[in-house]
Design a protein around this ligand. Structure first.
Ligand code: NAD
Ligand code: MLT
Length: 531
């Protein structure tokens, strides 16, 4: 019988996501909402997966009370309600739905900007209260104004696109976006200082991290134009609330639109709630039917795929990787895992050290993620544990594997290279690969020998003395055994020295055929590799 997994929903999820779960007989789900962390910790023990929105606080206590937990699925973007470090240590994958509510949230930011610029909430309240105050609610046009977008990820980019439609001039700041990429989106990339100084409207779309907490604070306000207007539909705390209130009271900031607060709900005596210049909504950025259906379907499907098929989509605890970075990194992660797996088949004992060297264009990649992929491939060769990119580095540290990471911008044989070297008590092996055209993987060196093979499927790796007739003898022997040769790579250290043959075969080579190959006099070793 197929393995079954218990899934707990601890926040309400749109029914369409629940339908996705129901389609999989392997998933048994229950819904228990509104639990405090201690109550969740008391019941989470048997569950394999936890599905949440922003209401559930997944604390260390919760994670440590969950020995079966494999995945936390967040229906939405922000995972600041999950103790990521605790989840990572335990190898629990934390997934989110990075795109499901982007359009909805960007539309909310634009709606909030317009509502603030034209004082629509106050004007509505006045009309409803019977006051027809046509001169009181003077607004500001957005046309031709400069919008500064801080954070050009999924939501920031959509905001920029919609603002361009309103004929605003969009400038942006994001440390991982290049000027060329921004220009393709119609955004002028500037420094944060320049953005603060030039913008008429500033909207933030970053995650809340130690770097972004208080990013827009007293110093930032001092750099802004008088009369600037601020929008925060990302996370409470990116804009310092006390400094913001002061800047409004002093008349420096003309208007503020907030969907998010440090404490939600904010206390009734919160200073910002007393100010007419503030337009506020109760964390409604993602609150449309369309977005809630989408994030619910996304996360249910991702969690189902992970539990049933082991695939990981949009995991956020591969350290600090945005979806955009992951897109670039994906092939290098696959290559890293392949090279790790190859090394695992070259060694016969546990590794002591691993060096992961990124070269050429690959030197810009997130090293820790590539190393995690290499470790996953390497350790899966000798550990009987479920490894993933999340817990592989943690388990490697536990096992005492010493890891070194190097990078060099120098371009050698390929525009990007990944080289890994593994030492054991009895020696060292070094293999290299490259990603061609951003997608095609190539194995390019094995222990100093040049090859150029797609690292996929079965390979015979043979060392032999460089004498005539060896390839013919191998071909004859494989032919007699009914084994088809799909590809052949040869290299040697010098004429008449030692040669390496890497022979791609269509399927596994039985051990007796390997033994027979070793009887060819010039052959000194024969290994079957599966990549
Ligand atoms: P994203 O990961 O796609 O983009 C975030 C961007 O911020 C990245 O490009 C990153 O490089 C950039 N960034 C990080 N640190 C920065 C810094 N110090 N300065 C400038 N840029 C920086 O995320 P997203 O999907 O666009 O979401 C953005 C934010 O919106 C998140 O905080 C998310 O939780 C929040 N959000 C809120 C609601 C809501 O209901 N109000 C809904 C969805 C998302
Ligand atoms: C998010 O990060 O996706 C938002 O905060 C929306 C939410 O979950 O309410």
């Amino acid at each position: 019988m197929a393995q079954t997994f218990r899934v707990l929903l601890s926040d309400p999820l749109a029914p369409q996501g629940i339908e996705v779960l129901k389609r999989h007989p392997e998933l048994k789900f229950e819904s228990k909402t509104g639990l405090k962390p201690s109550e969740l910790a008391a019941i989470i023990g048997p569950y394999d997966a936890l599905l949440i929105r922003s209401g559930t606080k997944v604390t260390r206590e919760v994670i440590e009370s969950a020995p079966s937990l494999k995945v936390i699925g967040r229906a939405g973007v922000g995972v600041d309600n999950v103790d990521l470090e605790a989840a990572t240590r335990r190898g629990v994958v934390v997934m989110n739905s990075p795109l499901g509510n982007s359009v909805t949230t960007a539309e909310h930011a634009i709606a909030m900007m317009m509502a603030m610029a034209r004082q629509i909430p106050s004007a509505t309240a006045a009309v409803k209260a019977g006051r027809w105050e046509r001169t009181k609610f003077m607004g500001a046009e957005v046309c031709n104004k400069i919008l500064g977008v801080v954070g050009l990820g999924n939501i920031g980019r959509i905001v920029a696109d919609r603002a361009a439609g309103l004929k605003m001039r969009v400038i942006g700041y994001d440390p991982i976006v290049t000027a060329e990429a921004a220009a393709r989106l119609g955004i002028e990339l500037v420094s944060l200082e320049e953005l603060l100084a030039r913008s008429d409207f500033i909207t933030v779309h970053t995650p809340l991290t130690d770097d972004t907490r208080g990013l827009i604070g007293t110093d930032a306000f001092a750099r802004m134009k008088k009369g600037v207007r601020i929008i925060n539909c990302a996370r409470g705390g990116i804009v310092d609330e006390r400094a913001l209130a002061d800047a409004i009271i002093s008349g420096h900031v003309a208007g503020v639109a907030l969907d998010v607060f440090v404490d939600e709900p904010p206390p009734p005596d919160h200073p910002l709630l007393k100010l007419d210049a503030v337009v506020a909504t109760p964390h409604l950025g993602a609150a449309t039917d369309e977005a809630q259906v989408q994030v619910s379907i996304d996360i249910a499907q991702q969690v189902a795929d992970f539990l049933i098929r082991g695939t990981i989509t949009s995991a956020v605890n591969i350290p600090a990787l945005s979806p955009q970075e992951l897109e670039v990194l994906g092939p290098h992660l696959s290559l890293g895992e392949k090279l790790g797996r190859l090394c695992a088949q070259l060694i016969s004992e546990a590794p002591n050290t691993l060096t992961v060297a990124l070269g050429g264009e690959a030197s810009n990649l997130k090293h820790d993620a590539v190393t995690a992929a290499v470790l996953k491939g390497l350790m899966s060769g000798f550990l009987d544990e479920d490894l993933n990119l999340v817990n592989a580095p943690f388990i490697a540290r536990e096992r005492g594997i010493r890891i070194a990471e190097t990078r060099s911008r120098e371009v050698t044989d390929f525009v990007n290279t990944l080289t890994i070297a593994v030492t054991t008590r009895s020696g060292e092996h070094e293999v290299s690969g490259a990603v061609l055209g951003n997608r095609a993987l190539r194995l390019t060196r094995i222990d100093g020998y040049r090859v150029e093979s797609v690292p996929e499927g079965y390979f015979l790796m043979l060392h032999n003395r460089d004498v005539p007739g060896v390839v013919g003898a191998i071909g004859t022997m494989l032919g007699q055994a009914g084994i088809n040769i799909a590809g052949l790579e040869l290299d040697r250290d010098r004429v008449g020295g030692t040669a390496l043959s890497l022979i791609e075969v269509d399927g596994p080579v039985p051990p007796q055929v390997l033994e027979k190959l070793k009887t060819i006099p010039a052959i000194t070793s024969a290994v079957l590799l599966k990549l």
